[in-house]
Design a binder for this molecule. Sequence first.
Ligand code: PHE
Length: 491
Amino acid sequence: MGGLDMAELTNQERRMLRALQERNENWTLDEVLSACDWEDQATAVAAGHGLSNCGFVQISESSTTAIVLGSEGELALENGLLEARLWNYIQTDSQISMKDLSSQFERHEAGPGIGLLKGLGVSIQGGNFVSDDVESVSNSIEERTLFIQSPSINHPLFEHFKGRKNLIEVVEMVSRTWKITSRGLEVPRSELGEVTRIAEITPELLQSDEWKNAQFRPYDVSLEAAMPRSGRSHPMQALIERIRSIFLEMGFSELVDDYVQTAGWNMDALFIPQDHPAREMQDTFYLDEPKKIKLDPKMLADWKAIHEHGGDTESTGWGGEFSEDISQKGLLRTHTTVNTIQYLAKNPTKPCRVFAIDRVFRKESIDRTHLPEFHQIEGIIMEPGANLGMLVSTLKTFYAKMGYPEVRVRPAYFPYTEPSLEVEVKWRGKWLELGGAGIFRPEVTEPLGIKDPVCAWGMGLERLAMLVLGLDDIRQLYISDLEWLRNQPIL
Ligand code: PHE
C-alpha cells in the first residue's frame, strides 16, 4: 500500500471504497449514497475527499448553473403570480375598479401588480381596467406561470424574471463523480472492514481503560469547516471595554453621569460665551421636559461674574449680560466635559485621574462621518504640577496601547482650555483628527475652588472605532447587519 497505513481510513471511507471497488466507472452522488446507504451528501463528499487524498479515488467536478425560485417565486408557485391573481380577480367582473383592489390585495401588491398588467397591455380608463386583447393577456400570464413551474435559463422569459425581485435566483451547482483508481482497486477487501475508532475523547472514555488500546482518528486540519458562531459583544461594546481597561490600567477611575444636563454645567461652567454659535438650537438638543433645572444661586452668581467681567480672576470675561435663565435650560449633553467639570466641582482639591466613555448628542445631519448621537472618551488629570507634557504623553500612551503609536498634537482653540490642542493619529499614512485637549483656564477652575492645574481631553469614540475596524462609514456601527457583525475581529 505504498506505506499508507490502512488503519487511517475512517469507516465511511472504508464503506465508500468497498462500494467503488464493485464497479470501475464514474459514480454519481446518488449512486454513492444508495450504495453506501447514506442520506447526507456531506458524508459522501467527505469520504470521497479522504479517499482522494489517499490516491484511491479520483474526483471529477463540474459546475453548472441552475435556476431556483426565490422567496417571492416560492409564494408565486403556491398562490399564483401577482399579475395572475390580479388578472383573475379583474376578470370576475368588468366593473372592478382600482378602489376594489384594496379589499383583495395588500397595499404593497396592488401598485406593482397594476404595473405588471400595464406591461401586458391592460390600461385603466375611468378607474376601470380595460384590455384590447384579453386572450393575449391571458396567454402571456399563462406562459409566465409555466415558467415559474419549471424555470430555465434558456427560456425567453428568463430575463424578464431575472429583473423581478426575489422571483428567481441563479445558482452555481457543483456536481461530482467518483471513480476508483488502480491503487484503490488493489486495496484488499480484508483491510476494509469497519473498525472502532475514537473520534471524540469523552470523560467516560478517559475514566475507562478503553483508550489504552483504542485507535484514534487523526484530525485533518486541511478540511473546510464551518466557522463556529457563538454570541459575542458588539464591536462597539468590545472597543469600549478595551478603552476602559486601558484607562484603568493607567490608574484612572471611571465616571458615569446623566445625559440630561443644564446649559450652565454644559457650557457656562466651561466659560463658553452665552452667544457662542454651538449653543444655538440648531446645534444643541434643548429639552422641553425638563425645560428648566434649578441651579445653585451661588454658582450662577459666580458664573455671571466670570462671564461679565472675569470675576476675581485676571480675566476680563466676555462682557455683555449673563442670563441665569439660559444657564438653567435643560439639554442633552453635547460633550462629556460636562461630567468631568462637575466631578471637579464636587472634588476641587483632591488630586485625581478620571475618565468617562459616554454618549453625547448634537444636532448633526447623519452622513458618512456624523451621527447625532455618538460617544466621547473624556478624561482629566488634576494634580500639583500637571502640565502640557503630561497631557500629551498620557494621550500618546493611550493611543500606543490602542495600537496607534504615531500621535501628534496641534494648537487649537476651546473656550475652556489654554493652551488647547487637537490630537491627531496616523492611520494608513494619513493624520486623522480624533479629539481636543488642553489645560482648563482659570475662568473655569477658579469659581470651583480648584487650585491645581487640570489636564483635560475629549475624543471621539466612533472615529476611533472607524480606525480600529477599518470603516469608511460610521453608520455601519449601528445598522445591526448580522453578517458584518459576525465577521468583525475580536478586539
Ligand atoms: N469637549 C471638547 C469636544 O467636545 C473636547 C475637549 C475636552 C477639549 C476637554 C478640551 C478639553 O470636542
